[in-house]
Design a protein around this ligand. Structure first.
Ligand SMILES: [Zn+2]
Length: 236
């Protein structure tokens, strides 16, 4: 676990998808997103190394139900027994009752067509609590606000800690080695809607921006976020 700031960490060495961890006032931990299946044992090892037991994880928040964010969820849920929290819109996808909608291949332009995927059911995990825009998770990280940020997926949520000005974007934008960009078109249902979501969260004035993919942006670098709304996911 790498410390980002007091009480806030990211797990390291995961193949795809960032997983964050908060230390909460009740002494428990909250994990945000679950990466792919191979991440669960790595997360377990890093928790132990930090002197914590998997059962210290009381809550797992899912930003959206794409396989690189919930692939590790069944194993993590089993290890921790934590509550699973997601948007009410994303619930059926997290529980494996419906396949998450993806844009049809015919709507994509090259080179996005190369990444096109077919929606399919995923191994479901029971959701314990659903949230909506404006809800505050009082027990998480001193009060974590839920922002409904649709576009990449219908029930996508971002998370905002207003006192500490920390933003967890999910996949509204990605931090690629060449800069902050909109997410890949092949996995984004409504790009214009995602752009509006990005404009909304870029206006928050975050001092630490944590993405679903890529390294976090700090202080003045966080001001780069609004620029991303104009750019596509792949380099020109
Ligand atoms: Zn995604």
């Amino acid at each position: 676990m790498q410390k980002l700031t007091d009480g806030f960490f990211t797990f390291t060495g995961l193949m795809v998808g960032r997983v964050y961890c908060t230390e909460d006032a009740d002494g428990g931990l909250t994990i945000i997103d679950a990466s792919i299946a191979s991440a669960a044992p790595k997360i377990e090892r890093q928790l132990h190394k930090a002197g914590r037991a998997p059962t210290d994880v009381k809550r797992i928040i899912v930003t959206h139900a794409h396989p690189d964010h919930i692939g590790g969820l069944p194993a993590l849920h089993k290890l921790t027994g934590a509550q699973v929290i997601c948007s009410h819109i994303e619930r059926d996808y997290v529980e494996g009752k419906a396949a998450i909608p993806l844009p049809p291949k015919s709507s994509l332009r090259f080179p996005d067509t190369l990444m096109a995927a077919t929606p399919r059911l995923q191994t479901g995990t029971l959701v314990s609590r659903v949230v909506a825009d404006g809800d505050v998770l009082e027990d998480v990280f001193g009060g974590l606000e839920v922002l409904h940020t649709p576009g990449h997926s219908p029930g996508h949520i971002s998370l905002w800690q207003p006192q500490r000005r920390i933003l967890i974007t999910g996949d509204v934008a990605m931090h690629m080695p060449w800069g902050v960009r909109l997410p890949f078109a092949a996995f984004t249902l409504e790009m214009d809607e995602d752009r509006r979501s990005l404009t909304r969260i870029a206006g928050l004035g975050a001092e630490l921006v944590c993405f679903g993919h890529g390294r976090p942006l700090r202080s003045k670098d966080a001001a780069k976020l609004p620029d991303a709304a104009r750019k596509r996911g792949l380099p020109a």
